[in-house]
Design a protein around this ligand. Structure first.
Ligand code: DC
Length: 215
C-alpha cells in the first residue's frame, strides 16, 4: 500500500495552493504542484514554435520532451534539461494556452503517471484539478477548495496576475478528459469567508482524524 496521498482540487485562485502548501508543512509531507507540470508542457510547446491548438503536433513532441519532475526540499520542481523552471511557468502566454494543452488526453496520461510516482515512496499533498477524481481515486483524503468568483478575482489581482480565471475555469470544467469537478466523496471547503489558518486547521484536523481511524 502507498503512503497517504492528500488530494486538493479546485478552481484557479481558490486559495488551494496556499492551503495545500501549509497542510503539507503541518503534516511534514511533500507538496506537489501539478499545475506547474501542465504549465511546463505548455511553455515547452510554445518554446518549440509548435501551435498549442494543434493536438497532433503537441502529441508528437511528447515522446522526447526534455522535462523532468523533481523535488527541492519538500516541494516539487519541474526541470527542462536539468534546469529548474520558474517565471516562465506563469508567463502570460503560458497562462493563455495551459487549458488547451491540459485538455489533450495524451498530455494528461503522461503527467498523471509522473504524479503517481511521487507517492510511491512518500506521503504527498497534491494540488490540481483531477487529483481526487483521476490521480488518486481511492484516497480517503479528498478536499475540493472553492471561493466565490469575486473573491478569486480579487486574490488573483492582489498577486498581480491578470489572466482571465473565469475563462480558464470554464475551459477546465468543460473538457472531455478529466474535467475540473468535485469528486463525489470529496469534502467541500469554501475559503471565501475563512482565514487561511482556519481552513488549514479544519482540513488538517479532518486528515488526522481519518489517519487515526485507519491506523
Ligand atoms: O493550478 P494552476 O492554475 O497552475 O493550473 C494551470 C492549468 O493546468 C489549469 O488551468 C488547469 C490545468 N491543470 C489540470 O488540468 N489538471 C491539474 N491536475 C492541474 C492543472
Amino acid at each position: 500500500m502507498n503512503p497517504p496521498a492528500i488530494a486538493i482540487d479546485g478552481p484557479a485562485a481558490s486559495g488551494k495552493s496556499t492551503v495545500a502548501k501549509l497542510i503539507a508543512k503541518e503534516l511534514g509531507y511533500t507538496f506537489i504542484n501539478t499545475g506547474a507540470m501542465y504549465r511546463a508542457v505548455t511553455w515547452y510547446t510554445l518554446q518549440q514554435g509548435v501551435n498549442p491548438t494543434d493536438a497532433n503536433a503537441v502529441k508528437a513532441l511528447l515522446p522526447n520532451i526534455p522535462l523532468s519532475f523533481g523535488k527541492e526540499g519538500a516541494m516539487s520542481t519541474v526541470l527542462c534539461e536539468g534546469r529548474v523552471l520558474g517565471e516562465e511557468l506563469t508567463a502570460p502566454e503560458t497562462n493563455e494556452y495551459v487549458s488547451t494543452i491540459a485538455a489533450i488526453p495524451e498530455v494528461r496520461a503522461l503527467l498523471v503517471a509522473k504524479q503517481r510516482e511521487y507517492n510511491n515512496a512518500e506521503p504527498v499533498v497534491m494540488e490540481g484539478r483531477d487529483i481526487g477524481t483521476v490521480v488518486f481515486p481511492n484516497t480517503p483524503f479528498k478536499y475540493f477548495v472553492t471561493a466565490s468568483e469575486e473573491v478569486r478575482a480579487a486574490r488573483r489581482a492582489a498577486q498581480g496576475l491578470t489572466d482571465s480565471i473565469a475563462e480558464r475555469d470554464r475551459k477546465d470544467s468543460a473538457r472531455a478528459c478529466a474535467p475540473l469537478t468535485q469528486a463525489a466523496d470529496a469534502t467541500l471547503v469554501d475559503t471565501s469567508d475563512l482565514s487561511i489558518d482556519q481552513v488549514v486547521a479544519k482540513v488538517v484536523a479532518d486528515i488526522r482524524a481519518k489517519l487515526e481511524a485507519n491506523a
